[in-house]
Design a protein around this ligand. Structure first.
Ligand SMILES: NC(=O)c1ccc[n+]([C@@H]2O[C@H](COP(=O)([O-])OP(=O)(O)OC[C@H]3O[C@@H](n4cnc5c(N)ncnc54)[C@H](OP(=O)(O)O)[C@@H]3O)[C@@H](O)[C@H]2O)c1
Length: 293
């Protein structure tokens, strides 16, 4: 199996590049090699490599900046994704693409399933939804994996921000009324590899159906609960921190340019059932991530 991986320098892409290795030939490219804003180069790359599978881990992910960079966010998260889908269709490749809970408005009071009505609150959410729609309209074989609150031991994420701030400050104020499931990039990569293997068997057997799946770790917490657990586990790992208090605050106490959903929880029942997988808890994968330090 020949796999073209885009976005190999991101949190998820970095983990995918390693995890895919036993599955076949992996051609992993970062922004330097293929910039998603260069659509001609993107088409040419896919046509030259002619992969069996295209995995897109690249995205415009600057949620707040997107509020003033609408054109760029849509170009990367929708325009380039449309090209990926068109090219995948031409060469009968499978397209695996990642999306987000930010396609929802967060007003539901239980976890969102794959059939729930979308209603993004931000430009980033709108651009990711537009990308999903481009794929769905393309006629290519696809899997769209919606995830949430991604962290890893590298890259820019909440875990790294909290470790840095807790080392500098005694007091931290953290939003306590947004709820989600922190999800590890390594877990996303390992699960994607399982999914890909089974999917290729289904495609060979002509039993495959393109679909959206939610893919997150299990359990739920607020950003405040997440921060408390990071500090607790970091102390257990003997990481030196100055922090003494983590104060819960409402979303209104931490204004940001982009509006975030209050409920970011996604039900993973469909994915668990179809692929026979168990989602480990967010605490388990966080502990593994912090043990790497
Ligand atoms: N992070 C989250 O909390 C979260 C939550 C829900 C869903 N998701 C989705 O999960 C997927 C993976 O996210 P992630 O957390 O791994 O994101 P990330 O760490 O921000 O990585 C995104 C990657 O995309 C690359 N990229 C951005 N613009 C590009 C362009 N014009 N051409 C080529 N590459 C470009 C970046 O390149 P550089 O390294 O050069 O900047 C980066 O390596 C994305 O689809 C994202 O929307 C993420």
């Amino acid at each position: 199996m020949k796999i073209l991986l885009l976005g190999s320098n991101g949190q998820v892409g970095f983990e995918l590049a390693r995890t895919f290795l036993p599955l076949g030939e992996v051609i992993a490219v970062n922004r330097e090699k293929v910039d998603l804003s260069d659509l001609e180069k993107l088409r040419e790359t896919i046509q030259t490599i002619s992969p069996d599978v295209i995995v897109n881990a690249a995205a415009y992910t600057a949620v707040d900046k997107a509020e003033t960079e609408r054109v760029l966010a849509f170009a990367i998260n929708a325009g380039a994704v449309a090209v990926l889908a068109q090219e995948a269709k031409k060469i009968k490749a499978l397209l695996i693409h990642y999306s987000t809970d930010y396609v929802f408005d967060g007003t539901k009071d239980i976890p969102y399933n794959e059939k729930d009505v979308t209603n993004p609150l931000s430009i980033y959410g709108e651009s990711k939804l537009a990308g999903e729609q481009e794929i769905q309209q393309s006629g290519a074989d696809y899997l769209i994996l919606r995830t949430t609150w991604v962290f890893a031991s590298r890259g820019q994420n909440f875990v790294k921000s909290i470790l840095r701030l807790a080392a500098e400050r005694e007091d931290l104020n953290i939003v306590a009324d947004q709820i989600g499931a922190p999800t590890s990039a390594r877990f996303i990569a390992e699960t994607t590899a399982h999914i890909l293997r089974q999917t290729q068997q289904e495609r060979d057997a002509k039993t495959f159906h393109s679909a959206i799946y939610n893919l997150t770790n299990s359990g739920e917490t607020s950003w405040h609960g997440f921060a408390e657990k990071i500090v607790e586990l970091a102390r257990r790992e003997k990481i030196e921190l100055k922090n003494r208090f983590i104060n819960p605050i409402p979303t209104s106490g931490y204004p940001t340019p982009a509006k975030r959903p209050l409920n970011s929880r996604l039900s993973t029942q469909k994915l668990s059932q179809h692929f026979g997988l168990t989602m480990p808890s967010w605490e388990t994968v966080l502990e593994l991530c912090l043990a790497e330090k």
